[in-house]
Structure formats: structure tokens, C-alpha cells
Design a protein around this ligand. Sequence first.
Ligand code: NAD
Length: 293
Amino acid sequence: MEILDGKLLSIQIMEEIAAEVKELVASGKRAPHLAAVIVGDDPASKVYVRNKVRSCEKVGFQSTHIVKPSSTTEEELLQIVNDLNENPEIDGFIVQLPLPNHISEEKITLEIDPRKDVDGFHPVNFGRMAQGLPAYLPATPFGIMQMLDRYNIEVSGKECVVLGRSNIVGTPISILLSRKASPGNATVALCHSRTKDLKSHTLRADIIVVALGIPEFLTADMIKEGVVIIDVGINRVEDATAKRGYRLTGDVKYDEVAAKCSYITPVPGGVGPMTVTSLIKNTLRAAKNEVYK
Ligand code: NAD
């Protein structure tokens, strides 16, 4: 069994990006610039946004961190989005989800200029991805695809099972794995809460991507020997022995599953770091006008 070390791989990719930024700046261009908007005080969101801004600094990007109180109105947020759309100094930006209940996430996402949508959540980017056209890929699926690529894991012709059909992970990764591309060309089953006899699917799979948000859902009896496991889940589980009173666990019962598979991503240190790196990569692509000419 080999661990898919997302932490190490993300450091390597960040170094590559930093080198490209140096070249861009040396050639007289300005450094790529990412803006991140956060509304309200969701503690997890604050950590995510802080990590994203810190990552920008590491690779030599400019970053702008816009922090707004939870009382911010939808109109005010739409105005911020429009200002960022119009600002030629900003290459890409994200509005951290979830938003407070009185703001429509759909409305905000639709307002973002697809050319600056480095989260890849706008339907225009999603549609382009589905058709195999140049697009900003959503960060988590993009990170998983890079991981499969860099570890030279054969995907073509394999049976893949994706557990979970969210718009940000399950559905897009199922599309990417089945696309006519490399990595890609897999036969994919997208399983969800209404799937009957889930185990019959997972037992056949060569590659399983688990994105459910259910701690230790996938167990050893549900997989065959030699399978590749990508665990997207990040769950806080109470643990009196841990300093913070909780520990992080994935959607996979790690110890027993790891013993049976060929590759596995740990939690933490697997998919998570690759997600942030992919956002940074999308911003570099935006600065270089790689997706929209
Ligand atoms: P979500 O919470 O939006 O949706 C969960 C999905 O699981 C749904 O499609 C549902 O149909 C399916 N599901 C629920 N119970 C099921 C069951 N018993 N059997 C089969 N399917 C079932 O999903 P999400 O936003 O993709 O998040 C999933 C997990 O991934 C969460 O733990 C989240 O924190 C984590 N996540 C991690 C990263 C990262 O960077 N590592 C990024 C995004 C999400």
C-alpha cells in the first residue's frame, strides 16, 4: 500500500507555481492577484480563507482578503462581486461558502464573471468542463485529478465509483474521470443516498472517491483487494484525548481499508492540501489568460 501524500505533492506544485510567478514578474508582468471574500463568522470558513490567503503569499501572488459581517445584505455582496468583476488588477476571486441564510448562494455565484471564477462553481465553467472545453475546474476535483496524474495511477478503462453527488465534489469528479482525456476514460458509477445496494458497486471498483461527510463510512468489507481510495471527507469527531477535544477523520475507516488497497489518501494530508493548491493554480491560469483567451 502506498500513501498518496497530498501534503508533499502540494508543496512540489506550489514550488512550481512560485517559479512561474518569478518568471512572470521578471518579464515585467505583475504578480497574479487573488481576492477572497468572506461573510460572517463561520470558524471553518475563516480557517479555509486564511489558508488560501497564506498560500498566495507563499507563491508570490498578491492577495486581497475582504471580510464582511454576517449582517451584510445580498445587494451589498452583489456590489462587491461586481466591483471585483470590473477590477483589472484582480485576476480571480472566490466568495467563501456557506453564506448567511439571507443571501442566495446561487445568485452570488451567477454574478461572478466566469473569467474570474477560479473556484469553478459558475455554471458556465461547469458546462465547459462537462463538454471538455477549457475551464476552471472546481478545486477539489482538480486536485484529485492532479494527484492521480502525478502518481501515474492508471485511470483509463478502470471501474470508478464516486460516493456522493455534490456540485463541488461528487458530480464534477464523476464527469472528469469519465471524460475523454488523460487522466480520464474511466467507467464511472455515481452513487448517492438513494443508491440501492451500494456495496455491490464499491466491491467492483478499481478506484473509489468518497465524498459523503460521514465519518468512517467505507469499511474493508466494502472493497476489493488493490483498490485506489481517494477520501475527500473532513469530519470532526469528538475525542476527549485530543488537545482540541476533537480529531479529524475522513469518510473511510482508514486502518482496515489501508491494509487492503494499493493507494490511499490520508485525512488530513491528502485531498485537503491539493484543494488549496488547485485554487492557486487556477489563479495562475487566470493571470495567464489560459482558459479564456
Ligand atoms: P455534501 O455534504 O454536499 O453531500 C453529501 C453527499 O453524500 C450527497 O450527495 C448525498 O447523496 C450523499 N450521501 C449521504 N448519505 C449517503 C449514504 N448513506 N450513502 C450514499 N450517499 C450518501 O458533500 P460535499 O460538499 O461534497 O462534502 C463531502 C465531504 O467532503 C464533507 O466531509 C466535506 O467536509 C468534505 N470536503 C472536503 C474537501 C477537501 O478539500 N478535502 C472539499 C470539499 C468537501
